[in-house]
Design a protein around this ligand. Structure first.
Ligand code: ZN
Length: 455
């Protein structure tokens, strides 16, 4: 070793904690096996008849709670949550339509989508004319059963394939929905994984749809996998996972946790993350929150197509987190957006519609995003007056042109005010390349980590 190399080696510094953790999350995960596990969980949960309240929801939450540290919360019927009231609890045991010969022609046990979710109980005989207003179908998709709900209007109904509806003949039908709407509770699940900081990263997903796979057992499965991975890896942020019934769930959570809301520094709503479409990210209401920038940075560095859209006040539970009063930095991470695939809210959103590879791809992009924000700190160039002589330190030529550019960008912009994400955006270099440059420069005493810039 030359004298100058020996002197350089003597100056090598220990790599700080944050930098040491870099890349750990992604490299230690076998995404293929995670994909299989997620698909299995979806298969297990698929047959359960969930709703925004009731035993099906509890049963599903219990299953998720077997996988991760979990608390189940019950919010009693009648509880006020801002402009909303927790509804009566809905439970269902059976439902069917019998024809005049006593033959079950529509059977809840075949497919729970056959009953309009939250239907009031009914036990009656009626003509087709009387029954017809309570029947829902999709004329343009005649073989699929639609998914319909009636959460906040007490009525009842059945959903069936249009082809079957067309085949119904006049005559008397026996109509039974063995359901109940009683005072009870709204249930949601919460998993908190404490980190070094009180600052929180919120991951929220809805878990109220019955037998529909992409919307939204895919979100439940990806969130559960993410929580399992984070539970066994060190992290700076405190992660809060919410498994909530849509709309009323986050509203109830926000109403009960107003003291915690300001700790949320980043957040994502996960929905429709298992279909074969490309990843489609909808920005938070703020539009340029760190989470928005981080997801875009990650998607840009991947080889696969993606889309980023601006915020709009429709969609899933980001509507509540991003309401005017809260305006939290919560984006919406999905593949094909709701309503933009023909299987949406129909029986065709089934187990075949979600793929292990796409679940795993969603998980991978989320892990990269988390990894990025976990390591998004600013650095200071310790030799800022003109360029340090990299060749003398054996750093030139670098392994590739982008590796060399990463060294130069890191040195140039590391004045303590630019974080890694800032530098990634400005340089258009992949975040991972910049992190490798960071590690090299720290080892050679040319860079030091600053306190985090943004809090
Ligand atoms: Zn939905």
């Amino acid at each position: 070793m030359s004298a100058s190399r020996a002197a350089a080696a003597a100056r090598l510094r220990p790599v700080p904690a944050v930098a040491r953790r870099l890349s750990h999350l992604r490299t230690s995960i076998d995404l293929e096996s995670e994909g299989r596990k997620m698909r299995e969980l979806i298969g297990e949960l698929f047959p359960i008849c969930r709703s925004i309240t009731g035993e099906g929801l509890r049963q599903s939450l219990k299953r998720v709670g077997e996988l991760i540290p979990f608390a189940m919360h019950e919010v009693p019927t009648g509880t006020q949550a801002f402009d909303w009231t927790v509804p009566k609890e809905w439970n269902i045991r059976d439902a069917y339509i019998n024809d005049a010969n006593g033959r079950r022609i529509v059977d809840f046990r075949d497919n729970n989508l056959h009953v309009v979710n939250y239907s009031a109980p009914v036990n009656a005989r009626m003509t087709l004319g009387e029954l017809r207003p309570h029947l829902h179908s999709l004329p343009d998709r005649p073989d699929w059963i639609p998914y319909r709900t009636t959460y906040y209007a007490e009525t009842w109904g059945f959903c069936l394939a249009h082809r079957q509806l067309e085949s119904l003949t006049d005559g008397e039908y026996e109509v039974v929905i063995d359901s109940s709407l009683r005072d009870g509770a709204l249930t949601y699940g919460e998993c908190v994984l404490p980190g070094d900081l009180d600052d929180e990263f919120l991951i929220s997903t809805h878990i109220c749809h019955p037998s529909l796979a992409n919307d939204n057992l895919s979100g439940v499965a990806v969130a559960a996998s993410l929580a399992q991975i984070l539970a066994r890896n060190p992290h700076r942020y405190t992660y809060r996972f919410l498994f909530v019934p849509g709309t009323i769930g986050p509203i109830a959570w926000l109403a009960r946790n107003q003291d915690k809301v300001r700790r949320i520094k980043h957040g994502l709503v996960l929905a429709c993350v298992g279909d074969r479409g490309s990843i489609n990210y909808k920005r938070s209401r703020r539009g340029s929150a760190d989470i928005d920038r981080a997801v875009e940075c990650v998607l840009r560095s991947r080889a696969t197509p993606f889309e980023v859209r601006d915020f709009s006040p429709n969609g899933y539970d980001e509507r509540q987190y991003c309401s005017a009063g809260f305006d939290l930095p919560v984006g919406s991470f999905r593949r094909t957006p709701h309503g933009e695939y023909q299987e949406y809210h129909t029986s065709a959103d089934n187990l075949d519609f979600v793929s292990e590879a796409h679940l795993a791809g969603s998980l991978g992009a989320l892990l990269e995003t988390i990894d990025l924000l976990e390591s998004d700190v600013a650095f200071r160039n310790l030799s800022p007056n003109c360029e340090p002589q990299l060749g003398r330190r054996g750093l030139l030529p670098a392994a590739s042109e982008s590796a060399q550019m990463a060294l130069l960008w890191m040195l140039n912009l590391s004045d303590g005010t630019n974080s890694l994400l800032d530098i990634a955006e400005r340089s258009r270099l992949p975040f991972g390349e910049l992190r490798r440059a960071t590690e090299i420069l720290i080892e050679h005493g040319l860079l030091e980590e600053c306190a985090k810039r943004r809090q």
